[in-house]
Design a protein around this ligand. Structure first.
Ligand code: ATP
Ligand code: MG
Length: 342
């Protein structure tokens, strides 16, 4: 019996943060033995808005791989693949671009938000504008059934499903239509109270931050700006301190008690933050420890990524053969041997 497949990935634009952990990494670790798992180090996608900083992207590939190992992705179960080393993905992207319209791409809500955030205006690089299409290529190249993501990625999965349906209908039913799996915390807010913690927004707690750094960040976190004195009633909604407790504190009843107390007044930010720090450290300390261990063997980590990329490329090449056949592009393909010898 073959296992169903997972494809997920991250842009190597910086080390991974606790939003990645609750949005996607936690699910990947939980499912890695049940699914054949491919994890893409999406350097080509990172370049779409970092093309002037290739060294930054290059350096972060290994950092993100270290984060994977640190959270417990097991390279014997999960295959780590460097996107740029699988040219089949770029090839698929070119063919898929015919199946979407510019006006449809313009409506993608996540890309719209990101274009605004990055201040591109009309000068948005074409590569960035079409990244949902290249993401469809990532997912389908590996024949993924399931894609564990944060909720900002839902429009990308929907776009992928549309492309797959279009392709299979027009040419031949060779592509797998994937489903999204959103983590228990669909979107973790930033330290600054903004809707999304993001590597690019400078509002993140990184999995690789030291204990001191985490403490400093938690102390400086945005809370309810009207909660000036301890006795004042405070607001829980939109308060990232409570969003983080919801995501990380296993004691749900305890979190509810804290929220009630905060709303009534009499619970100071300093005390809640002290509790939050303990809760975060319970998750982060072991991750930090494992990361430090793996970081001592960079050559070993590079080997894991190299082997994974080779295996990933074989899978993508298989998809590409089917796609070329479906699109009548298999000019020089060998006629398959009717009596396979293996
Ligand atoms: P960048 O700012 O460079 O886009 P990012 O922080 O958005 O970085 P990505 O590499 O784009 O990270 O996203 C990787 C995965 O992590 C995606 O599935 C995304 O949905 C998920 N993710 C990212 N940020 C969050 C968050 N704050 N909460 C939940 N999931 C998240
Ligand atoms: Mg992102």
């Amino acid at each position: 019996m073959t296992k169903p497949r997972i494809l997920t990935g991250d842009r190597p634009t910086g080390p991974l943060h606790i939003g990645h952990y609750v949005g996607s990494l936690r699910n990947r670790v939980a499912l890695q033995h049940e699914y054949e798992t491919y994890v893409l180090l999406a350097d080509v996608q990172a370049l779409t808005d970092n093309f002037e900083h290739p060294q930054k992207v290059r350096d972060n590939v290994l950092e993100v791989a270290l984060d994977y190992l640190a959270v417990g992705l097991d390279p014997r179960a999960a295959t780590f693949v460097i996107q740029s080393q699988v040219p089949e993905i770029a090839e698929l992207t070119v063919f898929y671009l015919n199946l979407v319209t510019v006006s449809h791409l313009r409506q993608n809500p996540t890309v719209k938000t990101e274009i605004a955030q990055k201040g591109f205006g009309e000068a948005v690089p074409a590569g960035f504008f079409v990244y949902p299409v290249s993401q469809a290529a990532d997912i389908t190249a590996f024949g993924a059934n399931l894609v564990p993501v944060g909720d900002d990625q839902l429009p990308m999965i929907e776009q992928t499903r549309e492309i797959v349906r279009r392709f299979n209908h027009l040419y031949a039913p060779v592509l797998v239509e994937p489903k999204a799996l959103v983590g228990e915390t669909a979107r973790l807010p930033g330290l600054d109270g903004r809707a999304k913690m993001s590597k690019s927004l400078g509002n993140a707690i990184f999995l690789s931050d030291s204990a001191d750094e985490v403490a400093r960040k938690v102390r400086g976190m945005y809370t309810d700006p009207n909660h000036l004195r301890v006795e004042d009633p405070g607001t829980v909604e939109g308060n990232p301190v409570f969003a983080y407790l919801d995501a990380f504190d296993p004691d749900k009843a305890g979190v509810q008690t804290l929220k009630d107390h905060y709303r009534r007044g009499g619970l100071g930010d300093v005390r809640v933050k002290r509790h939050l720090l303990e809760v975060l450290e319970a998750t982060l300390a072991p991750i930090r420890g494992r990361r430090a261990e793996f970081a001592r063997d960079r050559v070993g980590v590079e080997a894991i990524v190299r082997d994974g990329t080779e295996r990933g490329r074989e899978v993508a090449a298989g998809t590409m053969r089917a796609v070329r056949g479906a699109m009548r592009l298999d000019y020089f393909a060998r006629v398959p041997d009717p009596m396979p010898t293996a």
